[in-house]
Design a protein around this ligand. Sequence first.
Ligand code: SF4
Length: 87
Amino acid sequence: MLIDGKPVCKRCLLLETDPEGLFKKVSELISLIPEDIKTPEEEYGRRLEICKSCDGLQNGICKECGCFVELRAATRKNYCPSAYHKW
Ligand code: SF4
């Protein structure tokens, strides 16, 4: 699908599309999150799998909140912003 002439990938993480090298920048931000507030690896993977099955995910961005889901999911206290609180 194209929006404004740019490809849009529904249910894709930045890791999988990364049209403008954003994943590297997001990864750098994730690496700066202190370990004591960072989401444990297993829970992080679980969150991203849920996002990947969600219609709200588009090019790595959640349509509910406008966040990069890989960044949002990386902090333990964060939660899915949808009314269903998927994670
Ligand atoms: S609504 Fe929740 S599950 Fe869906 S993309 Fe956003 S954060 Fe992920």
